[in-house]
Structure formats: C-alpha cells, structure tokens
Design a protein around this ligand. Structure first.
Ligand code: MOS
Length: 725
C-alpha cells in the first residue's frame, strides 16, 4: 500500500481496541520467565558449547602475534578462533568498525578471538590464557584536543544548513547570546547484553539473537560471513532493551557463527558487560556552540548551532544540530557539524541520536537567552513558535502543537510559582523548577506484515518487527483486532523472525507507527480476500464482533476462513507527504529539583512530560516509553558519562557500578500527558512516535531547574556535585 494522501476515516478510527489502555499481551510471558531471550534458548537434545570473546587490549595498531596454545589445552576447550586466522572480512553496510577478522586493531576491545568450551566458565578461563603481541600505534582519543582537526563530512551526512544571513543579523541584533556546551560519551547500558546462539546445519545458519532490526542484521551477517542471505535464519522475539545499541549487527553474532563452525556445535556467546561499553557502540560526546540574536520583544532574528563530535575513520556525525533546524522561528540561521577522527570505540545511534544531546545544549541556551531578555522561558518559546520549517518556509509542519504542550504543562505543573534563581529554600534544600521543549522527528520506513485468518476465527500476525520492551506485540494485536473486528484475545502476534515479512524494525521511534501501518495494510488485503471469497460488496462490508457483514448477510470469521484459512500480506510504502510536510513530534518537560546547599547533591522531586505525537495507540505502553525516557534523561543530566582514558583510548567505567544509570530511588513521581490529537499525514494509523520524544529535552529541563534552584549555570554534562560547589 502506497501512503501518499492524508488518511481519511478508516476502521482504526473506531478506537474500540486501538487507543485503549490494555496491558501488554506479552507481559505474562515475561513476568513468569517464559519469554525466551536470546541466550536462554535451550533444547535439552542440543549439545551447546559456550564462546567467550577476547578483546584487543590496545586501541590502535596491529596484532603481531597470537599464542593460543595454552588456551587450546585448557580444560573443556573445543576450539579457538582468532581474527588473524579468519582474515579480513567484508564489513556490514551499517558497521563502521569491523566486527571480527584480520590483524588490524581499530579500537579497544575490538574482538580478536573467541574461545569455545564445554562451559561458560571454561571458555572464560581459557580466554584469559590467550597471549597477544601488539604493534601499538598512537591514536587520538580526546575530542577537545581533536576539535580543531575536525572536518566537514560529505554532503550525505547533511553537515550544514543556512537561511538568510546569520552573521549580519547576529551583528546587528540588540540582544545576543553566545555559549558553548558539552555532552559526554554515553552508553546504551541496556539490561540484556548483546547475546547470540549460532547453529549451522551444513551451509545453513540459524541465529537466535537480540536485534532491533532483523533484516539489517541478516544482510550484514551474510556479508560478514560471506554466505548467502537466504541461508541465514535470524530470530529475535524478545529483547531486553536496545536503545540503538542493537540496531546494527554486533560481534556476538559473528563470533557465535565462527565459533559454531569451528566447534561443529551450536555456540552461545554473550558479550560480557565491559564489552558493551568498549566493543559495541556508544553515543559520541559533543561540543556545541550556540549563538542567538533577538529583538528586545523576544523575537529571534538570528540563530546558529555548531557541533563537533568524533568517530572512527569513515564514521558519522552525532547530528546534534538537527532540532535547531526546525524548532524555533528566526529568519537568519545557520547550523554546522564537524567530525574529528577519534580512535575510541565506534560512535553510533543511541536513543534520539542527534536531538537528545542537541537539546541538552539548545534548551539550556534558550533558558539563558530568555533570562537575558527578561522573559519567562515558557513565553520566550511560545513567541518563537513556527508552523513551518524555518529553513524552508514553503514546507508546513503536518501537525505541530508545541505551544499547546507548553501551556498545558505550565498549568498542570504550577509553573507560575517559579521564583527567582536561588530564592526558594526548604531546610537544606534549594528548590527550583525548569522547563525545556521536546522535539524529535517522525521518520517513516517501509513495513510489511502477513495476517492469517484461521479456521477458529483466530487472526495471526507475522512480521519481522521487534519488541525491545516497547509494547510492539500489544499495539500490533490492537491494530489487527480493530481491523478484523475481533477482540485482542483472538489475535496471535509473532515477531522477530526473518521468515516473516520485512518490517520497519525498532529504531528512531518509527517502529510503533510504521509497523502498525504495515499491519493495517496487510489487514486491508485480508479483508478484501474475505469479502471476495464470500462475494460481498467491498463497499459496505463491515467487520465486527467476530463476524463479517454485508447488506443483510453475515458470516462468522471462523466460517469465512474455511478449512484452509485466508491470508493477507502487504507492505506500507511512503509517498511524498514527508517531502511536502515536515513531520515531527513535540513536547514539553517540566522538572522540580532540590539541591542540597551543603553537598551540592541534586534530587529530582517532580517530573512532567506533555507530548504531542499524533494518535496514541496505547496510553499504557506509550506512557511507559515516556517515563523510561525521562529516567534516561535524568541519568544524562546527573550521572551518565563514559570516562575516556585519553592516554590508552578506552572507556574506563565499563560496568553498571561505574557507569551510573538512575535507580528507582533517584526517580520521583513522573506524570505524562498526551495531547489528544491525530496526524493524518503520518500514516493510516495517524500516529507518530513517543519512545525518543520522551528523552528529548529532559536533561536540559533538569539543568534549568538546577539553575533556578541555585543560580549556578552548568553547561557541561553530567551535572555532578563538583560542578555545583
Ligand atoms: Mo534508536 S537510537 O534508532 O534505537
């Protein structure tokens, strides 16, 4: 189905099932331990072996020698596979650093061997016996030092944008502002580490893994192993968090495949926690300079956002200026991003790549500029709202209610009680409140599904869509139930299997809208097939209460299915609507903090997010996405930072003791309000994403609340106590 005109009324609008706050249909499987995560697949008849990775102990250079003789003789060892013996492999399309093979070392903990043994403990013990000689080379590890060597990457990364004449407008603006902010390297640090089981049957490979994007992984695994894609069967039905760290094929799947080939047995490989920080990807650190010029009444006349980040050679920008291209009005503007070569582990997408760190800077800058102008920060944002793409005014937003979010949030949060910086105190606590806008683009990827109606009237949906803890199973079941006129318990959802139609996958907060739109398209096909089989007029056919009706005839779905059942399969494709209209999601974050006047400790006291993100397909799962994201934003504001060893080139704090993510005690009561809206330009579902929107702006709202509490402006994340006292 090609979606190229705004959605009109369709069966989804009934909202009998879609939009209802139902609990996740996979919840019971998860809470009872029956949901099988990648490493847990087990068949008593299968003689699994266990692989343990060996990572490079230098950040850059070559392997001169590898002695695996002691490891091979260690108890229980079945095989040792080394990178030099595997040799240089083709790299997957989505990987910057190679995952395994050859003697070049591109970053610390790059996989250089896998030891396979009868037990996990034996593999781990033997891995410690592998002796490696390196020819170490000098690398660049410090973004601040490398900043001046940063270059403009090729146009495919869209490094620059401009409209009007920023320099002239900034020079002549009556009020100007110019500050620089930094955000650190961050780790996805999801609960479930990267893990895979690989099993060969002749030249056919089956992989149970933990992947956000089944088809990307399958393609890249085929390239890396040099086998035909069709010979690989990939499964990832349950995933313990991804946050972007599982968007792209990772070393665990490759090592398991090589290990299984060598051991001639199915092999399980989980990356140990330290490998998650240094072997996989991370969100790159940024340095961001923001300049704003405004009239005395608060109208922005000039805005510039420049960002510097680093990555391995051939890598990518952290697109931290993206939101500044779209969020506020202003006739004269420029953005620019520059990329330094760093020999740290690969930088890549982490939840709301670009916007999350970009708003950490921009939304402090907006707070600072409001203060300079003597304006309330909510008011300043409202004054500079725009209903069109400010760089291309001929492109309106499909739907944009940032102002609504700010107004409703102010009212609900009690914004009017905000005092002057440092003016509120309760005992030892300085109290402050802060606000930030939330913005994240709405991306569209094709998404396919197959829907089957079986004899019993049961509807089964199959798509390679993944559920990374987000609620995909549930909203897909709701979509199929609404379309086919059945209750959710009559729908079975099967996800995360490369035998199913290729979906959008889970990423960029596009998964919810795109995958359900794909299910919608497949259901339209199934409805047509049913109507045709029954000889019903497709104009007046109604699917309701487990029946299909036309005129005065009605047939139960069970009966309509017949003995063989019926199938509908389709893929939603996106037409030109996203070219003519800018599609984005909006929100406002409000936070109250207390800062201990003696120790500088910040405690978050209240959080509220108001989100304008199209139709909300399920308010429970959507809320869970947003409060999870707000929690991540609290970590980003106050504690999360990968500490770079700039001498040796690795992330030092490579576990959850050193890389501090918030725990329950750090997070207060959180409120989420969804604006009641639909976006007919976004899809037949009229929905958009919220999973990343919930993170965008939170950290800045916390920073602004800390400023309001203390009068101390911190521009370098995380805002730890040493920066406050
Ligand atoms: Mo997201 S960083 O695209 O999983």
């Amino acid at each position: 189905m090609q979606f190229d005109t705004p959605a009109t009324t369709n069966p989804i609008d009934q909202l009998k099932v879609v939009g209802q706050p139902i609990h996740r249909i996979d919840g019971q499987l998860k809470t009872t331990g029956l949901a099988m995560y990648a490493y847990e697949w087990h068949d008593a008849k299968v003689p699994y072996a266990y692989g343990y990775p060996v990572g490079a102990a230098v950040a850059k250079g070559r392997i001169k020698s590898m002695d695996v003789s002691a490891a091979k003789k260690a108890p229980g060892v079945i095989a040792v596979v080394t990178a030099p013996e595997v040799g240089e492999r083709k790299k997957g399309k989505f990987n910057t650093a190679k995952l395994f093979g050859g003697d070049e070392i591109q970053h610390y903990h790059q996989a250089i061997a896998v030891v396979v043994a009868e037990t996990f403990e034996q593999a781990r013990a033997a891995a410690a016996l592998v002796k490696v000689g390196y020819a170490e080379e000098k690398g660049a590890f410090d973004l601040r030092e490398a900043k001046d060597s940063a270059v403009k990457p090729d146009e495919s990364q869209q490094p620059d944008s401009a409209a009007g004449d920023f320099d002239a407008a900034f020079r002549t603006a009556p009020i100007t502002f110019d500050e620089t902010y930094t955000t650190p390297d961050q780790s996805h640090a999801m609960m479930e580490p990267h893990a895979s089981i690989a099993a060969w049957d002749g030249d056919e490979l089956t992989v149970w893994t933990s992947s956000q994007m089944i088809d990307w992984w399958r393609s890249d695994l085929a390239t890396t192993l040099d086998v035909e894609k069709e010979k690989i069967h990939l499964m990832s039905p349950f995933i313990g968090g991804g946050f972007g760290g599982k968007l792209f094929l990772r070393a665990d799947a490759v090592l398991a495949a090589f290990g299984a080939k060598a051991a001639k047995r199915p092999v399980k490989v989980a990356l140990p926690r330290p490998f998650m920080m240094n072997n996989t990807t991370h969100r790159p650190a940024t340095i961001q300079r923001i300049r704003i010029g405004a009239e005395r009444d608060g109208k922005i006349t000039a805005i510039a956002h420049e960002s510097w980040s680093g990555d391995l050679k051939g890598g990518q920008l952290e697109t931290a200026v993206n939101q500044t291209r779209l969020l506020y009005a202003g006739a004269n503007r420029m953005t620019a991003m520059r990329l330094a070569t760093l020999d740290l582990p690969e930088g890549n997408a982490m939840r709301a790549p670009g916007e999350a760190p970009g708003l950490m800077a921009l939304e402090i800058a907006i707070d600072e500029m409001a203060e300079k102008l003597g304006l309330d920060p909510v008011q300043f944002r409202i004054i500079n709202d725009t209903q069109v793409d400010p760089e291309k005014p001929e492109r309106p937003f499909s739907h944009r209610d940032l102002v609504g979010c700010l107004k409703l949030g102010s009212e609900r949060f009690g914004w009017s009680a905000r005092g002057r910086p440092g003016s509120k105190r309760e005992g030892n606590w300085l109290i402050g409140i802060g606000v930030a806008a939330a913005f994240r683009n709405n991306l569209l990827l094709p998404s396919g599904a197959r829907v089957r109606l079986a004899r019993e009237g049961v509807v089964t949906v199959e798509t390679d869509m993944t559920d990374i803890g987000t609620g995909s199973y549930t909203i897909i079941a709701q979509t199929a139930a609404e379309m086919m006129g059945v209750t959710v318990d009559k729908v079975a959802v099967r996800l995360g299997d490369s035998r199913f139609p290729v979906s959008a996958g889970s990423g960029g907060q596009f998964g919810g809208n795109c995958s359900t739109a794909g299910v919608y398209a497949a259901c339209v096909k199934l409805r047509e097939a049913i109507a045709q089989k029954l000889g019903f007029n497709s104009e007046d056919v109604v699917f309701e209460n487990g029946e299909v009706r036309s005129g005065n005839r009605s047939v139960s779905l069970a009966q309509a299915a017949g003995a063989e059942g019926l199938v509908g399969e389709d893929t939603i494709q996106w037409g030109k609507l996203s070219e003519t209209h800018q599609q984005s999601t909006f929100g406002a974050h409000f936070v109250e903090v207390g800062v201990d006047v003696a120790t500088g400790e910040t405690r978050i006291r209240r959080m509220l997010a108001v989100c304008a993100a199209g139709r909300i397909l399920n308010p429970i799962t959507a809320r869970s996405q947003v409060i999870g994201a707000m929690t991540m934003g609290a970590g980003g504001a106050l504690s999360e930072e990968l500490a770079v060893d700039a001498r040796r080139g690795f992330f030092v704090n490579h576990d959850l003791a050193g890389y501090e993510v918030p725990v329950h005690a750090d997070i207060p009561h959180q409120d989420v309000i969804f604006m009641d809206e639909t976006d007919p330009m976004s899809s037949p579902m009229k929905a958009k994403g919220v999973g990343e929107l919930g993170l965008c702006g939170v950290s800045a709202a916390i920073a602004n609340a800390i400023y309001n509490a203390t009068g101390v402006r911190v521009r370098h994340y995380p805002i730890t106590i040493d920066k406050l006292i």
